[in-house]
Design a protein around this ligand. Structure first.
Ligand SMILES: Nc1ncnc2c1ncn2[C@@H]1O[C@H](COP(=O)(O)OP(=O)(O)OP(=O)(O)O)[C@@H](O)[C@H]1O
Ligand SMILES: [Mg+2]
Length: 476
C-alpha cells in the first residue's frame, strides 16, 4: 500500500514524523463563522421565549398579570391586586388547609428547593460523586425533570444519561445525601431512564414510636410492628418465612420481638397461632411468660423445646405430604412462632458442646423445612459473624438494628446493602429500635423504627390473655 503524504499536522508541527510513527492524518480545523454563532444564539433565545409559557405556565401567567396591572392601573392597581391575593390566600388557608398546603405551600417550597438546593448544587455534587458521564470530551449530566415536596421529603425526578443504570445512583446514595445535606437518599425507578431521588428534610424516626394498636384480624404475613421512614406502617411477614434480628446490646431487639408478638395477639387468643419462647438471658421474654404456649430458659430445656418443635413440624409435614402444599392456620394446625432471644447463647456460647450441636441441628432443620408447614423462627442475635452464627443464611428475612462495624451490614442484609444506603453501623445510640430492612418490593434497604412495647404493655398483654386457655393446646 502506498504511503500517503501527511496533511494538516505538517503545518502546525515543523518536525517530520519518525519512521516508527509513519504517516498521521488529522482533521483540519475550520473556524465557525461569527454569523453562524450569532444565528444559533438568536435561535435559542426565540425558542426559549416561545416555549416559556408552556414550560412555566403559572409563572408566566402571574408575571403577565402583575405587569398588566401595573401598566393599566398603576401603583394602586398593584396594591389592590396584592390585597386581593393576600385575602384569598388567607381564606383558602383557613378554610381548606389541606388543599392549600397541596396546591400552594408544597409547590412553592418545591420551586424554591429546586432553585437553591438541587439546581445550584446539582453539577458539582454529581460530578464529584462520579455520576457525570464523559463521551468524546463532552460531559453529560443526568437532568432534573421536576422537584416535588410533601411534609416529609423532597422528590427529585431525574432523567438518566443513556447508557447508565439506576444502580449507579443506588451505589452513590450516601454521597448524594451528604451532597444535598439530607439525612438519607432513596432511589425509586419509575421507568426506563426515569428515577426519583427521595431526600427526607428531617428524620421522621427521631421520636420513639408508642405501642401500636393490636390489629383486629392479624395478617400473619404483614404484621404491623413499626413505622417506615416515609411514614407508612412497617409490616413484618412471619408466616412463610424466618426472621433474624441483629443488633448490638441495647439496639432494641426486644421491641421488634414484642411488637411482632403483640400484633399476633388476636390469633393467639383464637388459637390459630402459638408462640414458643426461649429466653436464655431470662430478661426479655420472662416478662410475658403467660403468652407463651411453651417456654424455656436454660440450655437443656431450650434444646428440648427446639427438638419438640422439629418433631411437631415433621409430624405435620408427614400428614401434609402429597395432600397439601401450603399451610393455613387453624386451631388444630396453628401457626407456630418460635421466638429465640440471643440465639448465639445456644449455638456458640453454651459450655456444653452437645447442647450447641443439638441446638444448631434443630434450628437448621426448623429454618430449612418449617416455612411451608406453618413454623417460623424469629431469632435475635448480637453478633452476626460466622464464628457465632453460621446459620444466618437460613433466615430469608433479616433486620439490621444498630451494628458495631460497617462490614457487618452486608453480613446481615446481603451483599451491596451498605452501598445502597443501609448504614446500620451509623445508627445513633439515642435511636434504639431504628433498623434497616429489605422489603420484598424493593432492592434498596428501607429505614424503619419498631414501636416500643413497655413492660406495662407486656403485663397488660399477658393479663388479658393466657396461653393456658383451652385454645392453646399443645401442637403435635
Ligand atoms: N423501639 C424502641 N423505641 C424506643 N426505645 C426503645 C426501643 N427499643 C428499645 N428501646 C430502649 O432501649 C433499651 C434497650 O432495648 P432492648 O432491651 O430491646 O435492647 P436489646 O437489643 O434487646 O439489647 P440486649 O441485646 O442487651 O438484650 C430499652 O430498655 C428501651 O429503653
Ligand atoms: Mg434483648
Amino acid at each position: 500500500m502506498m504511503r500517503q503524504p501527511k496533511v494538516g499536522a505538517a503545518q502546525s508541527s515543523p518536525t517530520l514524523p519518525t519512521p516508527a510513527q509513519g504517516v498521521r492524518w488529522t482533521t483540519p480545523i475550520v473556524e465557525t463563522p461569527g454569523i453562524v454563532v450569532l444565528g444559533s444564539w438568536i435561535w435559542r433565545l426565540v425558542r426559549l421565549l416561545v416555549l416559556l409559557p408552556f414550560r412555566f405556565p403559572v409563572m408566566v401567567a402571574s408575571t403577565t398579570l402583575v405587569a398588566a396591572c401595573w401598566w393599566y392601573l398603576g401603583g394602586e392597581g398593584l396594591a389592590a391586586l396584592a390585597g386581593v391575593l393576600a385575602t384569598v390566600s388567607l381564606v383558602w388557608w383557613r378554610t381548606w388547609p389541606d388543599s392549600y398546603r397541596y396546591c400552594v405551600t408544597w409547590r412553592l417550597l418545591a420551586w424554591w428547593r429546586h432553585l437553591v438546593v438541587y439546581r445550584r448544587h446539582w453539577q458539582p455534587v454529581l460530578v464529584i460523586a462520579g455520576l457525570a458521564e464523559s463521551y468524546q470530551e463532552r460531559r453529560y449530566l443526568p437532568r432534573i425533570r421536576s422537584v416535588a415536596c410533601n411534609a416529609r421529603a423532597d422528590y427529585v425526578r431525574v432523567s438518566l444519561v443513556a447508557g447508565t443504570a439506576p444502580t449507579d445512583f443506588e451505589h452513590r446514595v450516601v454521597e448524594l445525601a451528604h451532597g444535598f445535606a439530607a439525612p438519607s437518599c432513596r432511589v425509586t425507578v419509575n421507568g426506563p431512564r426515569d428515577i426519583t431521588l427521595e431526600f427526607p428534610r428531617h428524620d421522621t424516626l427521631a421520636e420513639p414510636l408508642d405501642t401500636l394498636p393490636v390489629p383486629e384480624n392479624p395478617d400473619l404475613s404483614a404484621l404491623p410492628v413499626g413505622k417506615r421512614e416515609d411514614g407508612t406502617p412497617w409490616k413484618l411477614r412471619l408466616h412463610g418465612t424466618h426472621v433474624l434480628i441483629v443488633g448490638v446490646t441495647g439496639a432494641g431487639k426486644g421491641s421488634v420481638l414484642w411488637s411482632a408478638i403483640r400484633a399476633m395477639l388476636p390469633a393467639l387468643e383464637e388459637g390459630t397461632a402459638q408462640v414458643w419462647g426461649i429466653d436464655p438471658k431470662r430478661m426479655e421474654l420472662a416478662y410475658g411468660r403467660e403468652l407463651f404456649a411453651r417456654y424455656a430458659d436454660d440450655g437443656e430445656s431450650a434444646v428440648n423445646l427446639l427438638e419438640h418443635a422439629v418433631a411437631s413440624m415433621q409430624e405435620r409435614a408427614e400428614r401434609y405430604a402429597g395432600r397439601q402444599r401450603s399451610h393455613t392456620p387453624t386451631k388444630t394446625d396453628p401457626f407456630v412462632l418460635v421466638v429465640l432471644d440471643e440465639v448465639a447463647f445456644l449455638t456458640a456460647y453454651h459450655p456444653d458442646r452437645d447442647v450447641r450441636r443439638r441446638a444448631e441441628n434443630a434450628i437448621a432443620t426448623l429454618t430449612s423445612q418449617g416455612r411451608s408447614v406453618g413454623f417460623c423462627v424469629l431469632a435475635a442475635l448480637q453478633d452476626p459473624r460466622k464464628e457465632v452464627m453460621n446459620l444466618r443464611n437460613l433466615f430469608p428475612d433479616k433486620i439490621a438494628l444498630r451494628l458495631d462495624e460497617a462490614s457487618q451490614v452486608d453480613m446481615v442484609l446481603g451483599e451491596g446493602a451498605r452501598e445502597r444506603g443501609a448504614e446500620a453501623h451509623l445508627i445513633d445510640t439515642t435511636l434504639p429500635g431504628v433498623a434497616y430492612v429489605r422489603l420484598e418490593t424493593s432492592p434498596s434497604p428501607v429505614r424503619v423504627r419498631a414501636a416500643f412495647v413497655s413492660d406495662d404493655d407486656i403485663t397488660a398483654m399477658a393479663n388479658g390473655y393466657s396461653a393456658d386457655s383451652p385454645s392453646a393446646e399443645e401442637v403435635g
